[in-house]
Design a protein around this ligand. Structure first.
Ligand code: SER
Length: 605
């Protein structure tokens, strides 16, 4: 059965039970500020679960696009995905357990014709917050599910929500289908229900979890159900994995075509999953960046690139996603027209992000590069001589420094190590986590508004002004001769401020000349890149800047930014990739800042 057919059967069935079919909402939750993404069909419906009147009435059904990042480490197994679709039906204070369970059963056994012998269900066992759910189990028994296929588990298995800290939640009853070999085995608690695939979840939302952790009764008793579209297709088509369905095969084939060295099917699945999720995120306006929500597409793109490069294609190719993206759009173009409408946007955002990250990837091409970097970080032991076989024992603190300076995550470093057949020791991982925790505490206590390395933020405007500051610094050196002693810099999205030692006011000619040189360099479309150099190497290359700059330090190396051949400056970044991105440069003011120090204020247009 195809995805379109399953959706149609579901909608027809619930229409016949008095439901209004509603469209999928955005992946950015508009009605639920407790979550970063829409992780289930219920998020867009929170106000109605809390008692608002829904325009579609008390019964609605939908197929909702969802993103779940909590399962990211499981992605690539048979059932976990970052992006997936969820079929669901809801009752806002209308029908309750009996109808919900009877309709789920009818749909599964009569419409989809799944044999009830292969079904098992679980119900909530009860605790101090809510009683044992005998009501649900009685309905299942009446429908002919034998007692030994009705399981009772605790909150971990049979309680849904809230997805954030507060919100609607309640006990649930879950439906599983046996896809294992031979006779169905007993259902076990926990995530790994070997041989059983969870296909549907009926949640009985009668509680609201409060900020102080209490479960208070909601005004109305609601039903919230969720059926995983991809998982159900697996079951209906006798497949083993969601990656074998029509919603993945073309994407995976496109990736396999590029494979020169892949050895692990699961790695291809991970890349396919991530590319698909990123397409949907960008189409809904989530652009890669540093902030919480925007960090997710960045992380997905970087992980996909790392896996693809290390385990599939074997070389860095910033266009590797082109064909897979086309396949994603082909698969979903009818159901989610936003993908086709935003195609150019998706491709250009992906390309820019991939180009940026490829600079970093080049530094860590394989384990020997990693070792080189590690050695620069003064590993506790010389690698790998003192280690147990197959174990890299290096300073977790140093690995954290790589993360901070280059933005290479733990997962990515682990992949590079894995490619070389190595693992990090537990001690290293603990040390890394410790550094991470310390950093988070420090950031929390750092006073708001303090600019890191003179930068207010990493917005596009700030990054452009940052690069133009380097050009200005070099242009001043050209005009004034010798070295220009920088005394400070401060950049906001609106303007740059540059202080330098100079005993006199600049003339109008000098100012005009500065503007001319900087604009000329912008027009020359000079590429920008950085290199990691020792202090001696940086000096030999004539880099200027502060040699003790702590933002530019990476172990015992310095990050030096090059703008074409024109400027070489020690700096932590970030910068534009090419001066053509900058626009035109204008000096607004030249004034005294303090004795012997002049200040230039400038903008870009
Ligand atoms: N909210 C529940 C789930 O995600 C049912 O839709 O499983």
């Amino acid at each position: 059965m195809k995805s379109g057919e399953l959706k149609k059967l579901f909608f027809d069935f619930f229409k016949s039970k008095g439901h209004t079919i509603i469209p999928s909402a955005s992946l950015i939750p508009e009605n639920d500020s407790t979550v970063l993404f829409t992780t289930a069909g219920m998020h867009p419906l929170v106000p109605y679960l809390l008692g608002e009147v829904h325009p579609g009435g008390k019964r609605v059904a939908s197929v909702q696009k969802c993103i779940r990042t909590g399962d990211i480490d499981e992605v690539g197994d048979d059932v976990h995905l970052t992006f997936f679709e969820m079929l669901g039906n809801w009752s806002f204070g209308d029908y309750w357990k009996k109808e919900a369970i009877e309709w789920s059963f009818e749909f599964l056994t009569k419409v989809l014709k799944l044999p009830k012998e292969k079904l098992a269900v679980s119900c909530f066992v009860g605790d101090s917050d809510a009683p044992r759910d005998e009501e649900s189990s009685k309905v299942w028994e009446a429908l002919g599910i034998p007692k030994n296929r009705i399981y009772f588990f605790g909150k971990k298995d049979n309680w849904w929500g809230p997805a954030g800290i507060t919100g609607p939640c309640g006990p649930d009853t879950e439906m599983f289908y046996w896809t294992g070999e031979g006779e169905p085995e007993p259902l076990t608690t926990g995530d790994n229900k070997s041989g059983w695939v969870e296909i549907w979840n009926d949640v009985f939302m009668q509680y609201n979890k409060t900020a102080d952790g209490r479960f208070e009764q909601l005004k109305q008793k609601n039903v919230d159900t969720g059926m995983g579209l991809e998982r159900t297709l697996v079951v209906l088509n006798g497949k083993q994995s969601v990656y074998e369905t029509e919603l993945f095969v073309p994407i995976i084939d496109a990736l396999k075509k590029r494979a020169t060295s892949y050895y692990d099917e699961r790695k291809v699945y991970i890349v396919a999953d991530h590319i698909k999720a990123v397409c949907f995120l960008i189409a809904d306006g989530v652009i890669p960046g540093k902030e919480e929500r925007n960090y997710i597409p960045r992380r997905l793109i970087r992980d996909a690139m790392t896996v693809h490069y290390l385990f599939i294609e074997g070389s860095i190719n910033v266009n590797f996603f082109l064909e897979p993206v086309n396949k994603v759009i082909e698969i979903y173009r009818n159901d989610y027209p936003e993908l086709l409408n935003k195609k150019n946007n998706i491709l250009s955002v992906l390309l820019k992000e991939a180009e940026d990250y490829s600079e970093i990837l080049k530094l860590i091409r394989d384990v020997s590069d990693l070792r080189k970097l590690y050695n620069d970080f003064k590993p506790k032991k010389v690698w790998p001589t003192n280690n147990k076989p197959g174990e890299i024992d290096l300073s977790g603190k140093s690995l954290f420094d790589i993360r901070q300076s280059l933005g290479v995550s733990w997962a990515q470093m682990k992949m590079v190590a894995e490619k070389g057949g190595y693992i990090f020791s537990l001690e290293t991982e603990e040390e890394y986590n410790e550094s991470y925790k310390k950093h988070q505490e420090l950031s929390r206590t750092a006073s708001a508004g303090k600019f890191k390395g003179g930068l207010a933020d990493n917005s596009e405007e700030v990054v452009k002004l940052h690069t133009v500051t380097h050009l200005l610094h070099q242009a001043l050196t050209d005009i004034l001769g010798g070295t220009v002693d920088q005394k400070g810099a401060n950049i906001t999205p609106e303007r740059l401020r540059f202080d330098f030692a100079c005993p006199r006011k600049l003339t109008d000619d000098e100012i005009a000349n500065l503007e001319k040189i900087v604009n000329q360099k912008i027009k020359e479309e000079l590429p920008v890149h950085f290199e990691l150099l020792t202090v001696e190497e940086a000096k030999a290359k004539g880099a200027h800047g502060i040699f003790e700059d702590k933002y530019a330090q990476l172990g015992n190396k310095l990050k030096v930014y090059f703008i074409g051949d024109y400027s070489k400056e020690i700096c932590g970044g970030p910068h534009v990739k090419n001066t053509r991105e900058i626009g035109s440069f204008k000096i607004i003011k030249e004034e005294a800042s303090s004795a012997g120090v002049r200040r230039i204020r400038a903008v870009i247009k």
